[in-house]
Design a protein around this ligand. Structure first.
Ligand SMILES: NC(=O)c1ccc[n+]([C@@H]2O[C@H](COP(=O)([O-])OP(=O)(O)OC[C@H]3O[C@@H](n4cnc5c(N)ncnc54)[C@H](OP(=O)(O)O)[C@@H]3O)[C@@H](O)[C@H]2O)c1
Length: 354
């Protein structure tokens, strides 16, 4: 039996659902994965830090985390200490989340996160830090919640070069666009997403396209070997004034969607987030409400589409849970390496549309 000690950095909507999901899946984790999990410490920005059930005062969550990891050197040495990073996305620099991840890895902990900041801003250097410490840095929940995207590429596509992607990856804006097509007001749809805990704490991150740009940078860094941040992604969001265009597109049998794209062009990767009118037979046109989809373009398998029909906190919490099971499955001391930048095969086969 493996026992993981978890340090939760951030204890908001996602972390709380993750903890309740752990409780619900306790028996299955023990039976199917020989895994026992307990939360040993929790850090929040305004609601205090707790270690071993005791309230602790700390100068910052980063200082607290460093102390907690140092105090648990034995668990870290055994590969049983896991830091779960679920603080809010910081679109300026991806901090302090990136520093949290770096400090945890340096202290010998594995890191799992649903925060796209670290992978969008510092993927390469964090992977190097993970390799140096012989620990895992996993982030399945960062894009499309628990639906396999990074797992899919890492575990199931050996030798396949991914040459590009496009998709709808922000639930809030897809929900608002769907509502506006039906004549509903922008503000009411946004409030609904906030009430369901789906919109970011700062909802302008969703509607201005920053969340989608962060996911695009994360996807480009991991899948295409890019070295970009969300600020390198050409970006456009949505507003109340897009309602008329959404209604007109629908009336013409099309859909207006906030589409993300990433593409290898020679040795460069270009990435963008923008509104597009799509034909009815496009997979992305089938997405209503909170639904998301991602289409990967590959050299050996043409296009691979992953569609997320439902979403919510359970899906995101499952992303974290699946990362935890990956840690248990792969063992405590496994190396991982990023996908290499541009494919060596040349020329790549022309993708066929399905
Ligand atoms: N909600 C979703 O459906 C969803 C889906 C996929 C990914 N995510 C990602 O998951 C992460 C968590 O989302 P959430 O909905 O759980 O957010 P949330 O409810 O706002 O909770 C965020 C938590 O992080 C703490 N925190 C925020 N900024 C911090 C900082 N600078 N330093 C230390 N602690 C900080 C907060 O502490 P205080 O409350 O004390 O301020 C709170 O405990 C975000 O990165 C989000 O992008 C969310």
């Amino acid at each position: 039996m493996t026992q993981f000690d978890l340090v939760l950095v951030g204890y908001g909507n996602v972390a709380r659902r993750f903890v309740s999901l752990l409780r619900e899946q306790q028996a299955a984790l023990r039976r199917d994965h020989r895994l026992v999990v307990r939360v040993v410490a929790t850090a929040t920005r305004h609601h205090g830090c707790v270690d071993n059930g005791r309230q602790v005062s700390a100068a910052s969550t980063l200082a607290f985390l460093r102390d907690v990891v140092t105090r648990r050197a034995a668990a870290a040495r055994d590969g049983r200490l896991v830091v779960v990073e679920t603080t809010t996305l910081d679109i300026a620099r991806g901090e302090p989340a990136t520093s949290h991840v770096r400090a945890a890895l340096a202290g010998g902990a594995h890191v799992i996160t649903a925060n796209k900041g670290p992978v969008a801003f510092a993927y390469r250097s964090l992977m190097r830090a993970a390799a140096r410490s012989n620990r895992w840095f996993l982030f399945e929940g960062a894009v499309m919640d628990g639906i396999p995207v990074f797992n899919l590429a890492r575990e199931t596509l050996p030798l396949v070069a991914i040459t590009g992607f496009r998709g709808v990856v922000n639930s809030t804006t897809n929900f608002i666009l769907t509502a506006m097509e039906q004549g509903q007001p922008f503000d009411a749809a946004l409030r609904e997403m906030q009430a369901r805990g789906i919109a970011e704490a700062d909802a302008s991150l969703d509607v201005d396209g920053w969340d989608a740009a962060a996911k695009t940078a994360a996807l480009a860094n991991v899948l295409l070997g890019a070295r970009m941040t969300p600020h390198d992604v050409s970006r456009r969001g949505i507003g109340a004034s897009d309602g008329a265009a959404a209604i007109a597109a629908r009336a013409a049998g099309h859909r207006l969607k906030l589409v993300v794209r990433g593409q290898r062009e020679g040795t460069r990767v270009v990435a963008q987030v923008g509104l597009q009118q799509l034909p009815a037979d496009d997979i992305l046109s089938q997405l209503d409400g909170q639904q998301n989809a991602l289409i990967l373009t590959t050299d050996l398998l043409d296009e691979i589409a992953v569609v997320q029909r439902g979403s919510g906190l359970t899906h995101t919490a499952y992303g974290l849970l699946s990362d935890l099971v990956s840690l248990a499955t792969h063992g405590p001391a496994t190396r991982q390496s990023p996908r290499s930048a541009p494919p060596r095969r040349s020329p790549p086969r022309q993708p066929r549309r399905t």
